[in-house]
Write a protein that binds this ligand. Structure first.
Ligand code: NI
Length: 226
């Protein structure tokens, strides 16, 4: 499931992120790439131990955890601390995959990457290129979103970021292990929840709401892994 989540970050959040990232200690993005990805990765990232990355990462994670749409869609069991990247001057990240397992930096634990998420920090009018392209059976879905918006997509896809030929593209990104491992099962629950939210309020619908909520939780109980 590909899901666009508008307004994860507000105007003040974006201003804080951009100000802190302006003079941040950017490093070569290849530092975190696997052997297949490194040759096609040309961008800059903040190290996970960078105090700016830690502070802004906590902000982004808190905003995600406040988003009902994100929580309903991702059913997160674990969210890695978000990282930050910058594409400018022709930077790109060619077609690649995200590994199935990722370390929780600073620990000896790992998560299974069910979902990838990118939160846009730059106004799309401020740069050319820099589209996220996610391959599917139609060829590829091209995504360019307003600042503050997020895209959630299955981490098992081949995807790329096209060259940024003007301006600068800043983004936060991370991975999520979901309580529900299977993308189709998780999507069914998401659509079920969205339909539940559309039930009219009032006593007349309360019986149906209770029954349907029970069915939602019965499916979640069937599929959940903790
Ligand atoms: Ni990737």
């Amino acid at each position: 499931m590909l899901l666009h989540i508008p307004g994860v970050l507000g105007g003040d959040d974006l201003a804080e992120c951009r100000a802190a990232l302006r003079d941040a200690a950017w490093t070569d993005g290849r530092g975190t790439a696997g052997f297949l990805s490194a040759p096609v990765k040309h961008n800059a990232q903040l190290h996970w131990q960078d105090p700016v990355a830690i502070r802004l990462g906590e902000l982004v994670r808190a905003r995600l955890e406040q988003s009902p749409l994100f929580l309903s869609a991702a059913l997160p069991a674990a969210i890695l601390p978000p990282l930050f990247n910058r594409y400018a001057g022709g930077d790109y990240y060619g077609p690649h995959i995200d590994g199935a397992l990722r370390p929780i930096d600073g620990t000896n634990r790992r998560i299974r990457t069910d979902l990838s998420i990118t939160v846009m920090l730059s106004d799309p009018a401020g740069y050319d290129g820099g589209e996220l392209v996610i391959e599917d059976l139609l060829g590829g879905r091209t995504i360019k979103l307003p600042a503050g918006d997020a895209i959630v997509y299955p981490a098992n896809t081949i995807h790329e970021v096209t060259p940024v030929t003007r301006g600068e593209r800043l983004a936060a990104f991370t991975w999520i292990q979901s309580v529900v491992r299977d993308d189709a099962d998780r999507q069914l629950l998401f659509e079920f929840d969205a339909a539940l939210q559309k039930l009219p309020s009032g006593a007349e619908a309360d019986g149906a709401r209770l029954q349907l909520t029970n069915l939602y939780h019965r499916l979640l109980r069937r599929w959940a892994e903790l």
